[in-house]
Design a protein around this ligand. Structure first.
Ligand SMILES: Cc1cc2nc3c(=O)[nH]c(=O)nc-3n(C[C@H](O)[C@H](O)[C@H](O)COP(=O)(O)OP(=O)(O)OC[C@H]3O[C@@H](n4cnc5c(N)ncnc54)[C@H](O)[C@@H]3O)c2cc1C
Length: 565
């Protein structure tokens, strides 16, 4: 191990949340390190397609954006956090534009918007259907511009968070993927920005790197997780491979049709139709499929031919490519078969509006975190906004705190435990069940029992399978025993993270005996505000069964109402 790098703020994850946090912390005067297991512009934010929300148009208001978000969350979102996000959104878009994001402009030359689900105004700003790509590259340019203030550790994998004797988070242990070297990082504050956990499901729209590392690492040192049962199924994903067809398609005017050619959303959301919130549309599709009105491949159709061809080729060109390359369909000329697929986790590491978790010195921002602005259901195009607003706020807060602190001395001896752990993975005998087989079983289990519709029996089955997989995982065989870019070792570690996340999801889903947002219990089909208008918090306690507690939902001005679209 080399000399211990010490920084005021250590950021784990270099997607949009992490990069925004790094810039904000550096601009507040802190020394910063940012770590990413992949090159930063390969972070999963690069896949974001449809856009980012803000009430920037003079006819729109942040209050309207906030109310739509509260309603979209099925009243589980914390309204103080939602107010902050929606109020600060317009300035963030302008900041991005001034930094160089080439947002779409309308015919009058102003920033143009598209409609998105659950929104009462067209307030989604976008760059064709590659918005995440555009944003991430501009932020990375800014990081390079601030290279003297921000040290980048690209292709370094964090294995553990470190605490001092008082339990404060003071750094992390990371593995340099290029040579397998382990390194302790010292910091006055650590910001987790390590993204979601979609790979715990199969299929998912999320890339292979989205394995819940930060959620599990925080959980393992005692941080509370919140609302983990709230898993978003996106209404339009391709059968088999789970690839996303952006909501931007429906925003531009595409229809959903069942196998009988009926525009079925008329029955489920007569006012918003295809642009109802995602939980509503996914349930509608799944109902059509379950009741025999879908296609034999378990899908319904998305008809993008309703959008003028020229517009599709201009504003949705990436899904033109996806349709052609992955489904053999020219979406400008024929409908494409889609179904609901795992896409996003609303829950995560519980934080306040400045990103502070329940562990001193540890912050979280982006999909790893639960602030909670999405509650039971995230509105499309609110996640990019969440990453940037709460990434920035976490960076600023962590930096301000750090400026008044002495550098802690990190318990560097802990690295020997990690060395032992990795040696044990590498020396496992061959021939056992493979990491990939266990991961597949986990993903398929979650997709079968912890999906759009859930019930007690299915959730219990999922829980028991996960418990078994947790016993099998520490024995799973790997092939590569080398030290250079050993993805087998990383895969074995990530499997453990995904199992922790999945277990917390199932425990939360079993606990919540009502239907709200993305959690639809066929055995408890109604929303029950009297008993369940509260967050479910989950924390480890040294036994096999974690502690469940509840916290209040913050309501500022919007009392819960019946939710119709
Ligand atoms: C296909 C797709 C399209 C989407 N489109 C939109 C959209 O149009 N609008 C919208 O608002 N939202 C969209 N979303 C959601 C949104 O893109 C994500 O929620 C958001 O980008 C997450 O950003 P993040 O910064 O939190 O994490 P990520 O971008 O996932 O970054 C995570 C970072 O953490 C690092 N990391 C993880 N684990 C470790 C570890 N152990 N050690 C070191 N580094 C680690 C990774 O390398 C990466 O740098 C979409 C999602 C998908 C999957």
């Amino acid at each position: 191990m080399g000399a211990v790098p010490s920084h005021d703020v250590l950021i784990i994850g270099a997607g949009l949340a992490g990069q925004r946090a790094a810039l904000a912390a550096a601009q507040t005067g802190a020394t910063v390190a940012i770590i990413s297991k992949v090159h930063p512009v390969r972070s999963h934010s690069v896949a974001a397609a449809g856009g980012i929300n803000a009430a920037l148009n003079p006819e729109d208001t942040w209050e309207s954006h906030a109310f739509d978000t509260v309603k979209g969350s099925d009243y589980l979102g914390d309204q103080d956090a939602i107010e902050i996000m929606c109020r600060e959104a317009p300035d963030e878009i302008l900041w991005l534009e001034h930094a160089g994001v080439t947002f779409h402009r309308n015919e009058s030359g102003h920033l143009g918007t598209r409609a998105f689900g659950g929104a009462s105004a067209a307030r989604t700003y976008y760059v064709a259907d590659i918005t995440g790509h555009a944003l991430l590259h501009v932020l990375y340019e800014q990081l390079m511009k601030h290279a003297q203030l921000v040290d980048r550790y690209e292709e370094w994998f964090t294995t553990d968070l470190l605490q001092d004797d008082e339990g404060r988070c003071v750094g992390a242990i990371c593995r340099n993927l290029r040579d397998g070297e382990l390194q302790v990082f010292n910091a006055k504050a650590v910001i987790l920005a390590s993204g979601g956990a979609g790979q715990a499901y199969k299929p998912t729209t999320n890339g292979l790197i989205v394995t819940g590392d930060g959620i599990a690492q925080a959980y393992r040192i005692g941080a509370k997780l919140m609302d983990m049962e709230m898993i978003q199924y996106h209404p339009t994903t391709l059968a088999g491979n789970g690839l996303l067809i952006t909501e931007g398609a429906r925003g531009e005017g595409a229809w959903l049709l069942n196998a009988q050619g009926e525009r079925f959303m008329e029955k489920y959301a007569p006012n918003k139709m295809e642009l109802a919130s995602r939980d509503v549309v996914s349930r509608a599709e799944q109902t059509e499929i379950n009741e025999g009105r879908g296609f034999p491949d378990g899908t319904v159709a998305l008809d993008i031919t309703k959008v003028p061809r020229r517009r599709t080729l201009e504003a949705l060109r990436e899904i033109v490519n996806i349709g052609r390359d992955f489904a053999g369909v020219d979406i400008t000329r024929e409908p494409i078969h889609i179904h609901p697929g795992q896409h996003y986790i609303m829950g995560g590491v519980k934080t306040d509006v400045d990103g502070q978790t329940t562990i001193a010195g540890l912050y979280a921002a982006g999909e790893v975190a639960c602030v909670s602005v999405h509650g039971g259901n995230r509105l499309g195009a609110n996640s990019l906004l969440d990453t940037l607003i709460f990434g920035r706020r976490s960076g600023e807060h962590a930096a301000r705190q750090a400026l008044h602190m002495n550098m802690p001395s990190t318990p560097a001896a802990r690295v020997s435990d990690t060395e032992k752990w990795i040696r044990e993975i590498i020396s496992r005998p061959g021939g056992g069940r493979r990491v990939s087989a266990i991961k597949d079983e986990l993903g398929e289990t979650m997709n079968q029992y912890v999906a759009v519709f859930r019930d007690a029996d299915g959730l219990q089955k999922a829980y028991e399978i996960i418990r078994r997989l947790k016993e099998e995982a520490p024995k799973a065989a790997i092939d590569d025993r080398g030290s250079v870019f050993n993805q087998d070792v990383i895969g074995a570690i990530e499997l453990g993270y995904m199992l922790d996340c999945a277990e917390a999801t199932v425990i939360g889903a079993i606990e919540r005996k009502e239907s709200r947002g993305a959690q639809f219990r066929t055995d408890f089909p109604e929303r029950n505000d009297a008993d369940w208008l509260k967050h479910i918090d989950i924390a480890v306690n040294g036994t096999e069964v974690p502690t469940i507690s509840y916290s209040d939902v913050t309501i500022t001005r919007w009392q819960p109402q019946e939710r119709t679209y």
